[in-house]
Unconditional design. Structure first.
Length: 118
């Protein structure tokens, strides 16, 4: 398996669990902090080609609830991408980029199944 890239934030417990799981299972990975490193429009476009833009949004986050309703309503791929660029912590995380597909969030069973197939 080639190196996977995991995107998250340092304070996220799911991100920590995912990184720990990858390390424990000997899976080479590169970590990118979306707060420190940011994410690009190009990367988000790539992710939108691998999953729906709706899946990328964490609508349970504190950041999401703080965004004015007018900015959250009537989203489409372009406006959702712009919202994520403006508020990167509304991204569902961690995002595990396997190159040809993404795994959003951390679920040990899902990681085991999908990473064994890669």
């Amino acid at each position: 398996m080639s190196t996977v890239t995991i995107y998250g934030i340092r304070s996220c417990s799911n991100c920590k669990a995912a990184i720990n799981w990858l390390s424990t299972h000997g899976i080479t990975h590169e970590y990118r902090d979306i707060r420190d490193d940011g994410i690009s429009d190009k990367l988000l476009r790539d992710w939108q080609n691998k999953t729906s833009w709706e899946n990328l949004l964490n609508k349970r986050s504190i950041t999401w609830r703080r965004i004015p309703e007018v900015d959250r309503s009537e989203l489409a791929p372009d406006t959702a991408r712009q919202l994520i660029l403006n508020y990167p912590t509304i991204l569902k995380r961690p995002v595990l980029d396997l190159g040809d597909r993404l795994i959003l969030g951390f679920d040990e069973t899902r990681y085991r199944r999908l990473l064994s197939e890669a």
